[in-house]
Design a protein around this ligand. Structure first.
Ligand code: AMP
Length: 113
C-alpha cells in the first residue's frame, strides 16, 4: 500500500535501521524507543492489524514471531524480553500495518499500562 508508512519502509522508499530480515519479515529499530532495545518486526506483506488476520495469514504470523525471537537473541536479551502486538486505537496502535514490538534491556513491569 503506497500510503502505508511501513510498506514504504519495506519497499526502501523510507529509511530505517534494519537489524534483521528474511523472506517474510523485516525488523528495524523503533524511532521512539521505549526501552534500551525496542525493535519492530513487520511482515513484508501488508496486513493492517491482528484483528484483520485470516486463516491464510497463519504462516505470516508465525514467521513474525520467529523473527522476533531471532532479533531478541541477536540483541542479547537472554534474561527476558517482551513481544507486544497493539491491536486497534484503544490499545495504542498508531501504524496500521501489523507489527510486533520487541522490548528488552530493562525491567518490564506487569501489567503494562
Ligand atoms: P503502535 O503504536 O503499536 O502502532 O507502534 C508504532 C510504532 O512505530 C511506534 O512505537 C513508533 O515510534 C514507531 N514508528 C513510527 N514511525 C517509525 C519509523 N519511521 N521508523 C521506526 N519506527 C517508527
Amino acid at each position: 500500500m503506497s500510503d502505508c508508512l511501513f510498506c514504504r519502509i519495506v519497499s526502501g522508499e523510507l529509511g530505517a535501521a534494519v537489524v534483521a530480515e528474511d523472506e517474510w519479515a523485516l525488523a528495524f529499530r523503533d524511532i521512539r524507543p521505549q526501552a534500551p532495545t525496542h525493535i519492530l518486526v513487520i511482515p513484508k506483506k501488508h496486513l493492517g492489524s491482528l484483528g484483520e488476520a485470516a486463516e491464510e495469514d497463519a504462516v505470516l504470523l508465525g514467521r513474525l514471531l520467529l523473527l522476533a525471537k531471532v532479533v531478541a537473541r541477536g540483541e542479547g536479551l537472554a534474561s527476558g524480553y517482551r513481544v507486544v502486538l497493539n491491536n486497534g486505537g484503544a490499545a495504542g496502535q498508531s501504524v496500521f500495518h501489523i507489527h510486533a514490538h520487541v522490548l528488552g534491556g530493562r525491567h518490564l513491569g506487569w501489567p503494562p499500562g
